[in-house]
Design a protein around this ligand. Structure first.
Ligand code: F6R
Length: 611
């Protein structure tokens, strides 16, 4: 998605804005632009198609643009092709109002027609130019930036983080947001805004999370917040505990590789934080034992990898806590008319806490009076703020578009939730509970062992990197790992891949297996391994080239496997945490070998704040 950055203060704005935009590159973009209030009162705009580097070179790292106040943008095209013309910032005809925007104005077409009837003309295909000219229209009507933004909010439908420079208010930035992330930071003598914390963390750790339909006015003196009635509101800031280095590559070739290697630490941090005296202490979540005993079922929802965490959790919670669990893709769930009794717990999983479909699913179930729990990584994000309770994962900033460490932190958090529910409902005895918590404590060490095996994964990746199709199969939790493995591979290697519940293959999909098709079997669930092996053998008979990923003590393997990867034994409920690492490495190495942009795969964005 797009990224926005703004700065006003005592320093030259453009280099700070470009530096911040660089930290948002992971969100994906195809063009970039910057606007600065210049020394003579004019607003200078520079835009470029392509990488931020182009803009950086054009402006000599921002040095060519003087001025102490400005806004910048990296664009991920939604309305109109990637081009300099469509790139932000956009402006009114007189260039006295200039704006950058993240999100989508859904009713931009009728708004544009209305503006055309009032004499406005348009130079781009973007909804942002419409937004800018709408603000211009209301500014001309009221002569007040706050009123102009309030009226904009009344008339614009959709999502936006909109930051605006008004020539009449030199040295100030006015911004408003709805359903698109925007954080504000301050230090002595400067104020910042951005789509995400890493963009401004180098300059300040004091962060305000703006709420929906709040207006913020930034000046050298700090940030002042207003509601849509123009009344000033008090807000508390959060001090960010992680430092800027956590969001830097720190010598690793890619963020993805760094984040894969951070997983033992992230899992350990999450466990250390939430396990107290040998028990899953989830008191922060405000889910009393009495409440957990009273619920009838659990619904887990999310998108992409977050949904895949839900699929793993479904097996574990049902098995340990003996309560029905449903997993729903958020983009589907939000448009269903689900039968809800109010006795469900709905868990929304989201790394960013901003995914539009997950947020909409959350809001939908809240309307039914159902209690919601958000499992979120980004502090103060929309989903975290709107859910009844929040379970924060301790993954730190995840920069690579393809999730790895956040997925692992979500998994281990769901294990803890499963233990908590099982204990509250009296579904497991103390001995088994203790065994499971000590198994959990052993996970980070075993994850390190899996990472040590990376050169074998790299070698196999080099052997199969040119294959056209890859299938991942497994049963139970191994099926859940298969869907994540397949997604990882396709999103960064661009190789077509499918994940199949192993027993389902012969109901149609096996017809796709031909000489040389790679079929990867996942075998960590001993009771199911033999069955999956039979399915692998069936594919071998049709010419498949097979590989397996198996726990150490799984003995039954198909003959003639081209590669066998082992992971340490652990309690089988938790094997996804180990198996996924091999699969992340597999996808990673193939992507590198194919020369792809690993951290920023084509067509993808880190935070999907539009439908
Ligand atoms: C895949 C990936 C995506 C996200 C999905 C949800 O590697 O990262 O599938 O898991 O877009 O994002 P969040 O968790 O931010 O809601």
């Amino acid at each position: 998605m797009c990224g926005i950055v703004g700065y006003t203060g005592g320093r030259q704005a453009a280099p700070i804005i470009l530096d911040g935009l660089g930290k948002l590159e992971y969100r994906g973009y195809d063009s970039a632009g910057i606007a600065v209030s210049g020394a003579r009162g004019q607003i200078d705009i520079v835009k470029a198609k392509g990488k931020l580097k182009v803009l950086d070179t054009l402006t000599e790292g921002g040095k060519r643009l003087d001025g102490l106040c400005g806004i910048g943008h990296t664009r991920w095209a939604t309305h109109g092709e990637p081009s300099e013309n469509n790139a932000h910032p956009h402006c009114n005809t007189e260039k006295t109002i200039v704006a950058v925007h993240n999100g989508i104005i859904e009713n931009y077409s009728p708004l544009k027609e209305k503006l055309v009837r009032r004499g406005y003309t348009f130079y781009s295909d973007t909804d942002t130019e419409v937004a800018t000219k709408l603000v211009d229209y209301y500014y001309k009507k009221h002569g007040d930036p706050l009123k102009a933004l309030s009226e904009f909010a009344l008339h614009a439908r959709g999502s936006y983080a909109l930051a605006v420079l008004f020539k009449d208010y030199a040295g100030e930035i006015f911004a408003i947001r709805k359903d698109s992330p925007m954080v504000v930071g301050y230090t002595d003598g400067g104020a910042y805004l951005a789509s995400d914390v890493p963009a401004i963390l180098k300059y300040t750790r004091n962060i305000y999370y703006t709420d929906n339909q709040e207006i913020v006015r930034l000046s050298q003196d700090g940030a002042v917040f207003y509601n849509l009635d123009g009344e000033q509101i008090e807000k508390e800031y959060t001090v960010i505990s992680w430092n800027a280095e956590a969001a830097e590559k720190g010598g690793w070739e890619h963020f993805m590789l760094k984040e894969i290697h951070e997983q033992p630490e992230v899992v350990s941090n999450t466990l250390n934080y939430y396990i107290q005296d040998g028990r899953a202490d989830l008191s922060e979540l405000n889910l009393s034992d009495e409440y957990l005993r009273g619920i009838d079922s659990i619904i887990i929802t999310g998108c992409g990898s977050a949904y895949h965490v839900g699929v793993v959790a479904q097996y574990i919670i049902e098995d340990l806590a003996r309560i029905p669990v449903r997993v729903e893709i958020a983009s589907e769930f939000r448009y269903r008319n689900p039968v809800l009794t109010g006795r469900e717990l709905v868990v929304v999983i989201s790394q960013s806490g901003e995914t539009a479909d997950s947020l909409a699913a959350l809001r939908g179930v809240k309307e039914h009076g159902v209690k919601t729990l958000a499992l979120v990584n980004v502090l103060g994000s929309s989903i975290a703020r709107e859910a009844d309770s929040v379970f924060y994962t301790k993954a730190g900033p995840e920069i690579s578009v393809a999730t790895t460490k956040a997925y692992s932190a979500q998994l281990v958090s769901m294990y803890l939730l499963a233990l908590k529910i099982a204990e509250a409902r009296g579904a497991i005895d103390g001995v088994y509970y203790n065994k499971l918590t000590s198994e959990l404590s052993a996970l980070p060490g075993k994850m390190k062992e899996v990472l040590e095996n990376k050169s074998a994964v790299q070698k196999f990746a080099s052997e199969i990197m040119d294959r056209g199709d890859v299938f991942f199969i497994g049963r139970g939790i191994d099926y859940a790992v298969s869907i994540e493995s397949s997604l990882k591979l396709k999103e960064i290697s661009y190789i077509h891949s499918e994940a199949y519940a192993a027993g389902e293959l012969k109901h149609g999909t096996i017809s796709l297996i031909e000489e040389g098709t790679l079929v990867f079997g996942i075998l960590t669930q001993k009771a199911l391994a033999e069955k999956t092996v039979s399915n692998l053998v069936e594919t071998q008979s049709r010419g498949a080239y097979t590989a397996v990923l198996a726990s150490e003590s799984v003995q039954c393997l198909p003959k003639d496997c081209k590669a066998v990867f082992r992971i340490p034994d652990c309690d089988e409920h938790f094997s996804a945490s180990l198996a996924v690492i091999t699969m992340q490495l597999f996808a990673y190495y193939i992507s590198v070998l194919r020369g792809n942009d690993v951290d920023k795969p084509r067509n993808l964005a880190k935070s999907v704040t539009v439908e």
